[in-house]
Ligand binder design. Structure first.
Ligand code: GLC
Length: 739
């Protein structure tokens, strides 16, 4: 990776001088103007821009259009302050990469970083200089539509993926000569909304907030992120946009974040709907008091702040500080010296071959092979293939919710990818049914195609609008008549491969237990069809691993790997063998289920994914049997490709703090390594564990490494692996009854 990247320095004297000189010339209204985000797709904001009342303009696309509105700011407003132009460049600008949930399933931070640089390169060419991503909301509930946008259920992985995106956006300067800002969101714990209902109440303890949901934001702040977006939801009883504890005490005072804090869309207005503010003026006061710099399109700052400051209800200092930070960013970006976007770059970079190839490479590594009974895959490229299902030739679903300027007609569909891989003459196609509405009238064609073929590829899943913002689902099954179609095609007895195109884990037990081969392709982006074909025909082996647990039913949710043991574990965690724990006659057998009508285990566990080869782990080594609480222990193992095909393995390292002053998870991911191995080849994977990996926030919300026994695993998923133990030396663990 090209690691020359631009990390902002908030103490550059020359920028500071220029900002202060400009502030001295600005009116209160103009300073407030820098705290205003306007949606250029909704309101023609020209008059406000001319008045110097817009700091960020969003959803304007293309060098020509951006230059047009920028010229109004620079040439027609009193002080000529340029606009910061922003967009949701979440998974690419015009070349659409796999959704973030898929990207994370590659566990390949280099490719994720590269995606971000490409996304920024295309965005800059089209006049965008700020993106509202990475989204690092830990999500344990697949009913939540926005699980598609993050790195899944694990805190550690969200940290790693968030950092990689920040680095990638920062590297845009080396790639384009222009700097680019990113924005970590949604601060905080948005993914913990009740029942997966978007925007709904988040009611978790501060301890859970600190141990599970905050670390990925801290990681992005430490990586140098320039802006943070406060979330819609309440947390600890106050909406994030009015939450001083979150935005000021934690983000600024504890973490030292010096950048810009923006709200989510209309969130300042929604302080009234939340019942935190009784009027627009009160909402403005609450947001300013919490530490908000920019009001995203609610017009509450625009309509109320000036009179609040002149009446003395709001001090001038916060306004000065917010305007300073916005202007600092604009000077740092170079917008005052070079506010316009050169024409002609879009045609060169948008959807260019190299970008498509990068999207295809990441899509290949993001797909997870969940079943391959009898080694059905990879398929021979000869013989007749029936490609059926409502998503077989659908170019829209693979782009997902946040497709920015991606176009469905530019997507390589699964059908197209397979046709190009093995010749159109060998491929039969029938949709079989619609995605949601409609009857069985198309089944006969699909069955006939299956009967006329040697093998069937059935493409099922969700539309792009069945996940994403405000698109949660209570039912995690296949929508419409897809399962009926599946059973009808399965009944032909032909070898059957199912490819899922979806934005969340789906609970499809019949499919998971009856189909020979199952490839989870997620929403794979513009190049998805090529990537699917690359894997189906063995151009490379699947290497993706699940970053979200796949449940057996919605009723099993929440179900996630790093759960607490509880006093009556439904699945034996093995910890008892390390404890001085006398057997108890009434201790339930380990395999008691949590629900009478479901096994306690999920359909597929976190970290799981198959390859066309298989890997052996051996020779786990620890550098010490005991370490001091501020010490480190090195853990390594050998991984061997024991099969006949080359493949990539994602070796994962988990730890368990067996006895703590508060209950600790049965295991937690604390490291991973992708390793490429030819048949018979082996390699060592090495990890180092210290305070960051072994510590946690205790009952007093202090970060501690407690003495005692730790278990450690290295393996290919979250349920197996080579196990070892070591001890952190020191006194006995506090009994938790206070100091
Ligand atoms: C939306 C989303 C947020 C996005 C913002 C700007 O409501 O919650 O993720 O970045 O508004 O489009």
């Amino acid at each position: 990776m090209n690691h020359t990247r631009s990390r902002i320095n908030w103490n550059e004297p020359e920028i500071d001088r220029r900002v202060r000189a400009l502030l001295a010339r600005m009116t209160l209204a103009e300073k407030i103007g820098q705290m205003v985000y306007k949606d250029g797709a909704k309101d023609r904001a020209e008059a406000l821009i001319r008045a110097g009342s817009v700091g960020i303009l969003a959803n304007v696309h293309g060098a020509d259009e951006v230059n047009r509105v920028q010229a109004i700011a620079v040439q027609e407003s009193r002080l000529g302050i340029p606009l910061l132009t922003g967009n949701d460049v979440i998974q690419g600008y015009r070349t659409i990469f796999p959704i973030p949930l898929a990207q994370a399933s590659s566990w390949n931070c280099e490719l994720i970083e590269r995606h971000a640089t490409i996304a920024a390169t295309e965005a800059i060419a089209a006049g965008t200089r700020w993106t509202c991503t990475p989204m690092v909301d830990v999500a344990r509930d697949p009913r939540w539509g926005r699980i598609a946008e993050g790195a899944g259920e694990d805190t550690w992985l969200n940290c790693a993926v968030g950092r990689a995106q920040v680095r990638g956006f920062q590297a845009a300067e080396a790639a384009t000569g222009r700097r680019f800002l990113s924005c970590v969101k949604h601060f905080a714990a948005y993914g913990a909304c009740e029942a997966g209902r978007d925007y709904d109440t988040v009611d978790i303890s501060e301890n859970t907030l600190r141990n599970v949901y905050l670390p990925p934001f801290r990681a992005c702040v430490d990586e140098g992120i320039e802006t943070v977006m406060a979330s819609f939801n309440e947390i600890l009883g106050r909406p994030a946009a009015a939450n001083h504890f979150l935005l000021t005490q934690i983000l600024r005072e504890e973490w030292g974040f010096a950048g810009l804090i923006v709200t989510d869309y209309n969130a300042v207005y929604e302080l009234m709907t939340h019942g935190i503010a009784g009027s627009p003026g009160a909402a403005a006061c609450a947001a300013i008091a919490a530490g908000v710099d920019v009001d995203m399109n609610a017009d509450i700052f625009l309509g109320n702040l000036e009179k609040l400051v002149t009446s003395g209800r709001v001090a001038a200092a916060p306004i000065e500080g917010s305007a300073y930070r916005m202007l600092y960013l604009k000077f740092w970006l170079g917008l005052f010296d070079d506010p316009y976007t050169p024409a002609g770059r879009e045609a060169e970079v948008l959807l260019c071959g190299a970008h498509r190839e990068a999207a295809r490479a990441l899509a290949r590594q993001s797909m997870v092979l969940l079943r391959n009974e009898g080694g059905l895959l990879p398929l021979p490229s000869t013989g007749r293939i029936a490609v059926v299902g409502p998503l077989a030739d659908d170019g829209d679903a693979p782009l997902g919710w946040w497709r920015c300027r991606g176009r469905a007609e530019e997507t390589v569909t699964v059908l197209e990818g397979i046709r190009q891989a093995c010749g159109a003459a060998n491929v039969l196609h029938a949709a079989g049914c619609a995605l949601t509405e409609g009857g069985r009238e198309g089944f006969a064609d699909a069955v006939a195609a299956a009967q006329a073929a040697d093998v069937v590829v059935l493409v099922l899943g969700e539309s792009a609008r069945m996940s994403g913002e405000a698109h949660s689902r209570a039912d995690l099954g296949l929508p419409g008549r897809q399962e009926e179609l599946l059973r009808a095609v399965h009944a032909t007895g032909k070898p059957l491969v199912v490819v899922l195109i979806n934005g969340r884990p789906l609970a499809t037990p019949w499919l998971a237990e009856n189909v020979s081969a199952l490839l989870e392709a997620w929403q794979p982006g513009t190049e998805g069809g090529h990537a699917v074909a690359d894997l189906l025909f063995g151009r490379c082996s699947p290497s993706g691993k699940l970053v979200v647990t796949i449940p057996r039913a919605a009723g099993q949710v929440p179900v996630y790997y790093n759960r607490k043991t509880t006093g009556r574990p439904a699945v034996d965690t093995g910890a008892w063998q390390y404890l001085d724990m006398p057997p108890r006659p009434f201790y339930p057998e380990p395999d008691t289920t949590r629900h009478l009508d479901l096994p306690a285990t999920p359909q597929f566990p976190f970290g799981f994914g198959l390859s066309y080869t298989w890997f052996e782990y051996r020779d786990l080594q620890l550098s010490a049997a005991a370490i001091p609480s501020d010490g480190r222990v090195e853990v390594s193992a050998t991984v061997r490709n024991a099969g006949e095909r080359p493949g990539d393995e994602v070796a994962q390292l988990y730890v368990q703090d067996v006895v703590g002053s508060i209950t600790r998870p049965v295991k937690e991911l604390r490291g991973f390594r992708r390793i490429s191995l030819r048949p018979g080849e082996e390699g060592r994977v090495e990890f180092s564990l210290g305070r960051a990996e072994l510590g946690f926030f205790d009952a007093r919300n202090e970060f501690v490494v407690e003495p005692g026994l730790f278990r450690v695993w290295i393996g290919g998923d979250s349920i197996g692996g080579l196990e070892g133990t070591f001890v952190v030396e020191g006194g006995a663990v506090s009994c938790g009854c206070g100091p």
